[in-house]
Design a protein around this ligand. Structure first.
Ligand code: 5GP
Length: 112
């Protein structure tokens, strides 16, 4: 069965898309932790960051840069997060990055 992010890629469930190209899709997080919370995924399903193919990784980071620029975040700042695996707190097993921004964020990186 297809994972939830694959279902978004395949337009089987709706999402508020903010960026799309051949390799990458980005959409607003359904449960935002800040005023701006965008999820960036490779269209090809891959569970872990360390298994993302290099070319796709380049496209993902390029998309992240574009989204940062489109949201005028260069001056105010932003946070890029990748939760990976069980200890990393990954809840959706389709590798993804978060852009979290739009307000002053805390300093707690451990997230305990
Ligand atoms: P993780 O915890 O795996 O790093 O992040 C998964 C993220 O996906 C969470 O922030 C969660 O709110 C978001 N999410 C889960 N299901 C959906 C969905 O169906 N639509 C959208 N837009 N976001 C989702």
């Amino acid at each position: 069965m297809s994972c939830i992010f694959c279902s978004i890629v395949e337009n089987q469930i709706p999402a508020d898309k903010v960026y799309e190209d051949e390799y990458v899709l980005a959409f607003k997080d359904v449960n935002p932790v800040a005023l701006i919370h965008i999820v960036i995924i490779p269209k090809q399903c891959c569970q872990h960051f360390h298994n993302i193919e290099d070319n796709t990784l380049a496209h993902l980071f390029r998309a992240i840069k574009i989204i940062i620029q489109e949201n005028n975040l260069e001056d105010r700042g932003y946070r890029i997060v990748n939760n990976n695996g069980q200890d990393g707190g990954q809840t959706v097993n389709h590798a993804h990055f978060h852009i979290i921004a739009g307000e002053q964020l805390g300093h707690n990186l451990a997230g305990h």
